[in-house]
Design a protein around this ligand. Structure first.
Ligand code: UDX
Length: 440
């Protein structure tokens, strides 16, 4: 089997590398010459654990190629995956499909022999049909089938998610297309992964329904956390107590500063718009979007309250700015709202992130970037954890205390235990758990 992967962004690169690990010959295509040059030199443009080794091994084995030549890659492929970006369009929240449609046109011109054209990018319901129309109009005699095959990869654990998924969703119209997709995912049949075959439209909707459901689940536990603070209850115990009910499930019940990243914010907005236009508004998701937006400002207020009601003239040490750990991705990270709100309230900020600072420097002006976690703390009035990188879970608390002016720690990811922090003499604030007074 041979495939072409159009777009070497996050989804395209991970999916291409993983398919080559399955034994498929994969050609990854991108218009960006310098990116392709870098990939051909073995440099990986994104941070994803394990991806560099996977690319290196499969490139060496002659199963993974990088090129700017879309025509040649498509002509020899049994299946072509569209994995280009679908950013939120400015103004209306709809996904911007111009890259998908441009790719469809180029693919149409290059098709040779029967080919399955698969959309992997997250696209609104109806996009597959539109892709089919574009190809048909460009090449009326082309022999092709369209398929929707959404990805459910989480950044930071994308390779494991691809190799051992909970399920694979495939929307196809013909048996011939289903056969090609079965062949591509053959190794997953061996580990008995459920493969859900549906229509193209249903498959497109499954992706949005999954992501918006998870965003709602996070938002639910975030609101329960706020309620816990008022009632003196513990949100971790609530999450455990409800999550053990198999109908609810344990995952995605961790409270925090609100969801971010490249998927949930964009996909919730896009589905809200689609539903409104279809005359079947998703009021629950409209509310989720609104609550999550406001939550980030509320987190800045939480920090200000922990600092005695004002941060004017104070210095804050910030640990973690990416939207979650194990990624360098800053897209829609809660830090992008929390940090400017603290600056506006008069605070000076010193920050450290293991992988995100290169990107963050451009997005968060006025922050002093430090080389280590401890360097942020020297003379700071308080310490704030925004992202739960593993290395922040085991800080030398004695050292932290001697570095900070006052032992104030605001932990927006609940990576420490209130009791342990009180015993260590910290004035500790977290999310949805009772904070105990610091021991003398
Ligand atoms: C998500 C989906 O999980 C994945 O299936 C889809 O393909 C792409 O979008 P990703 O954005 O990489 O993946 O990250 P994820 O781990 O899902 O986290 C998203 C956001 O929710 C992060 O900001 C994270 O911190 C937050 N989150 C997640 C919580 O606040 N609490 C949780 O319990 C889980």
């Amino acid at each position: 089997m041979r495939i072409a992967m159009i777009g070497t962004g996050y989804v395209g690169l991970v999916s291409g590398a993983c398919f080559s690990e399955f034994g498929v010959t994969v050609t990854c295509v991108d218009k960006d010459v310098s990116k392709i040059d870098r990939l051909n030199r073995g440099e990986i443009p994104i941070y994803e654990p394990g991806l560099d080794k996977l690319v290196e091994n499969n490139a060496k084995a002659g199963r993974l190629f990088f090129t700017t030549d879309l025509k040649a890659a498509v002509a020899e492929a049994d299946a072509v995956f569209i994995a280009v970006g679908t950013p939120s369009r400015r103004g209306d929240g709809h996904a911007d499909l111009s890259y998908v449609y441009a790719a469809a046109k180029e693919i149409a011109e290059a098709l040779d022999g029967h080919t399955v054209v698969v959309t992997k990018s997250t696209v609104p319901v109806g996009t597959g049909r539109e892709v089919e129309k574009i190809i048909r109009e460009t090449r009326p005699n082309a022999d092709f089938d369209i398929v929707s095959n959404p990805e459910f990869l989480r950044e930071g654990s994308a390779i494991g998610d691809f190799m051992r998924p909970d399920r694979v969703v495939i929307g196809a119209r013909t048996e011939r297309a289903r056969e090609v997709m079965r062949a591509l995912y053959r190794p997953l049949y061996l580990i008995e992964t459920p493969i859900v075959f549906t229509s193209v439209e249903t498959s497109e909707l499954i992706k949005y329904a999954a992501n918006t459901f998870l965003a709602a689940k996070i938002t639910f536990i975030n609101e329960i956390a706020d309620l816990c603070e008022k009632l003196g209850a513990d949100v971790h115990d609530v999450a455990k107590g409800i999550g053990l009910d198999g109908r609810i499930g344990k995952k995605f019940l961790h409270p925090g500063p609100g969801y971010g990243g490249s998927c949930f914010p964009k996909d919730t907005l896009a589905l809200v718009r689609t539903a409104q236009e279809a005359g079947a508004p998703l009021r629950i998701i409209e509310t989720v979007v609104d609550i999550n937006d406001k939550r980030k400002r509320a987190m800045a207020d939480k920090v200000i309250a922990a600092c005695g009601g004002s941060v004017a003239g104070k210095t804050l040490a910030i640990l973690g700015v990416t939207f979650k750990p194990n990624t360098d991705d800053m897209r829609d990270s809660p830090s992008l709202d929390i940090i400017p709100a603290l600056q506006q309230a008069g605070a000076s900020l010193r920050a450290f992130d293991p992988e995100g600072m290169h990107e963050a420097e451009k997005l968060l002006p006025g922050v002093v970037w430090c080389d280590t976690a401890y360097e942020t703390m020297g003379g700071a009035d308080a310490l704030v954890i925004i992202t739960e990188w593993n290395q922040f879970r085991a800080l030398d608390l004695k050292r932290v205390k001697t570095l900070l002016k006052a032992p104030i720690l605001v932990d927006l990811r609940n990576i420490y235990e209130p009791e342990m922090m009180a015993n260590a003499g910290f004035q500790y604030t977290c999310v949805g758990r009772v904070s105990l007074p610091a021991a003398e």
